[in-house]
Ligand binder design. Structure first.
Ligand SMILES: *Cc1c(COP(=O)(O)O)cnc(C)c1O
Length: 450
């Protein structure tokens, strides 16, 4: 299995190169040259297969032999080493809770898989380089070989920091907007130490992202560091996200059997998550309809309605992990749908909701059903209510734990949230961050002066 660039100018590469470089030289996203096809025998067996074996079997073709089987088994096992329960909210709507990982967000799956792959590649190189004449230069290039640079509005930073903590040969630099992430989110990305550095930018998420974008194009920085992005454009982060669609489907068929399709609503921002579901479906996993739930940043919702893809600057909302004006993974969705608008409309629907609707959904779902949604899950719940008018039932992906958005959720349900034991320990750890002005020059000075 190789990967081609959707920019169509760069040569095909193996998984390893795609994972290390993130993006192709022509700035296109990588896409598998063929989508592996599951056999009916596999699908049948998957119904009751343990999660780790299932993950290994699904991911193996995408790795294309660049990681040995024993190591890949270990990577898969570690990646999905927590629960993915399907929990009923109403009679017709269930929640696939993706927030039982270490940073309480679905991004843990992609970040953990990616970090372990890069760690594997860095170590494999080291092991094969005990030629002393080569060693010095290899170690220098290794030190610089993977500097992960990420801008975060909250969730990505924590998941990436946690995923990469202690991974040898990889340095992580996270830019986050000062005062604009929640307490738990900030602690998750500023208390790691070791190979993780948090830069607290005196500006907005857009400022952080602009700095990161400029860094990737900066000739001086790229001569010193091998910069890699850890967002869902990276295939090593994007592709493992399909795994929990399999886990959800296992639980669904156990309840309803084969003949009741599982329709899924995905809170979407950069569209990496839903696009992973679409690739699982394209490989033969029998999923029902897929729905992208969006906040006011609704370029895709509007596109499906009008046929006009009209990019707008992102606006701030309470479901801020979805505040994306121009979703990077949408090109991959078009590729899966063979750039055919009718096929796309058959395979994907989208609904959009504003903050007022989102807040009242959190209140109503808590009052009526005793279930606490986070703002992203609440947008998905609203879309699920629209979908079941036609389809009868739906699963929403609950992408983060409500405690990551305490101000909004506590105001909506009228009570304090309990901090889960798994993140309680963070409250005693000291925050370590480097304040940074919101301009590229300050960032570059800091990088080169390190
Ligand atoms: C990142 C994130 C999303 C959006 O996921 P995409 O893959 O970018 O569409 C939704 N909800 C939460 C909580 C997130 O952290």
């Amino acid at each position: 299995m190789q990967y081609y660039s959707l920019g169509k100018q760069s040569p095909n590469v193996a998984f390893k190169t795609a994972a290390i470089t993130g993006q192709a030289p022509d700035k296109g996203l990588y896409f598998p040259t063929s989508i592996p096809q599951l056999t009916p025998e596999q699908i049948e067996r998957f119904k009751t297969l343990d999660k780790a074996s299932l993950a290994f079997e699904v991911m193996r073709p995408y790795i294309g032999g660049t990681i040995d089987d024993v190591s890949l088994q270990k990577i898969c096992k570690e990646t999905i080493d927590f629960d993915f329960p399907l929990v009923p909210i109403t009679k017709n709507i269930q929640s696939l809770e993706l927030f039982h990982g270490p940073t309480l967000a679905f991004k843990d799956v992609g970040a953990r898989f990616m970090s372990r792959c890069l760690g594997y590649f860095a170590n494999a190189e080291k092991k094969s380089s005990y030629d002393t004449t080569k060693l010095a230069s290899d170690l220098t290039s290794l030190q610089n070989s993977n500097t992960i640079l990420v801008a975060t509005s909250g969730d990505t930073g924590g998941a990436v920091a946690n995923g990469f903590l202690g991974v040898e040969g990889v340095q992580v630099i996270i830019l986050y907007p000062k005062g604009k992430v929640s307490l738990i989110q900030e602690l998750q990305l500023t208390t790691c130490g070791q190979n993780i550095t948090a830069l607290e930018v005196d500006g907005s998420f857009d400022d952080c992202q602009a700095i990161v974008k400029e860094a990737f194009m900066d000739v001086d920085l790229n001569a010193t560091f091998h910069l890699t992005s850890a967002n869902s454009i990276n295939v090593a982060r994007w592709l493992p996200q399909q795994l929990y669609y399999f886990f959800s489907w296992q639980q669904w068929v156990a309840q309803y059997g084969d003949n009741t399709p599982m329709h899924i609503v995905v809170p979407s921002g950069n569209f990496g998550n839903i696009c992973a579901g679409m690739i699982a479906k394209a490989s033969g996993l029998p999923l029902g309809h897929l729905v992208a739930a969006c906040n006011a940043n609704n370029v895709v919702t509007r596109y499906l309605k009008t046929g006009n893809y009209e990019v707008k600057k992102s606006v701030e909302t309470i479901s801020n992990a979805m505040d994306v004006g121009n979703p990077s993974n949408f090109v991959r969705i078009l590729e899966i749908m063979q750039h055919n608008f009718d096929q796309l409309k058959n395979g994907l629907s989208s609904y959009s909701y504003d903050d007022e609707a989102t807040k009242s959904a959190i209140t109503r779902v808590y009052n009526d059903y005793g279930y606490i949604l986070d703002p992203h899950g609440a947008v998905a719940f609203l879309a699920a209510e629209a979908l079941i008018q036609e389809k009868g039932y739906a699963v929403i992906l609950e992408t983060a734990h409500p405690v990551k958005f305490p101000e909004v959720v506590e105001a909506a349900i009228g009570k304090k949230l309990n901090i889960p034991a798994s993140v309680q320990y963070l409250l005693d750890k000291p925050k370590q961050s480097k304040p940074l002005e919101a301009n590229y020059a300050s960032f570059k000075n800091w990088m080169l002066g390190q």
